[in-house]
Unconditional design. Sequence first.
Length: 332
Amino acid sequence: MNNTVTDTGAPFYLALDFGGTKHAAALIEMGSPDPIVRRVAAGSQSDRVRDLQAMDGLIQELRAHANPTAIGVSFGGPVDYQTGIVRLSHHVPQWENFSLADYLAATYRLPAVVDNDANVAALGEHRFGAGRGMEAMLYVTVSTGVGGGLVLGGEIWRGFRSMAGEIGHTVVDPHGPRCLCGKHGCVERLASGPYMVHDAMVRLEQNPDSGKVLRQLLAGNERPLDGALLSEAAAMGDELARTLFRRSAAALGTGIGNAVNLLDLPLVVVGGGVSKSGDLWWETLRETVDSVLLPEIHAKVEQAELGDVAPLWGAAVLASLRFHPDQSQPAS
Ligand SMILES: [Zn+2]
């Protein structure tokens, strides 16, 4: 990563990503391909104060390179976009109803705007990734949870309580297993990584004949049963693992197909760790979407391009749309 800063006259943005396992910050000049990025692991025992201290360290480093004009933030939890108030963190305590935009503005004397990580990553993919040039798209991220961001007319559609795009808790199997949110058969309950791992453990316990390859990989207790191991087992032909990946992709495909039918979207961009599960998952996903779509509707389902920098690029777009809307068009 290049650490020099050029001066093209375009505004610099401080892009912040408060994530579950790590925090990241970047100094981004719109149109320049080389942001300066800094990352730090989020402590497993973290709280809001520690998260903010960790981020402050990154910000101080970055501000030595250039003076940003505004701050854009991707936050891993629901956020009231209008006020910049975090409702809660999915990962860390003490974030409940914290006014993050006001805190950042007061601390760093820069205007700040905050949105949830799925919306912000959707903006990043739309402007710089797999959604470039599209008028509308749905972005879906499938990892520890399932999040979504809806781009309509080139901007995020947030709904009336900043809750639009939450495809993870749309129900695709009302008779399915109970989700953390209390409903049954949500996309997240069936498609997300931790739930797949959980269900694999339960099935291994309940059925001694299932998961032969998975059991071999687990023998000796050298490796934990996690998403990576499940994925490896599926690639080696383990029927239990393959069943769970097919179920994940089918649930997600049903949710995506319904959303596309409702809105007649031309493109769905799918990212997150589970989307790296390989051909079986992608084939099942695309087949299911096709089977759900109305005959008149055609939507491409593409893999996200930006990986874990999507929220940083998106945070810069978020800040540019809020604070410099006249300069927020993509540089060619
Ligand atoms: Zn749910």
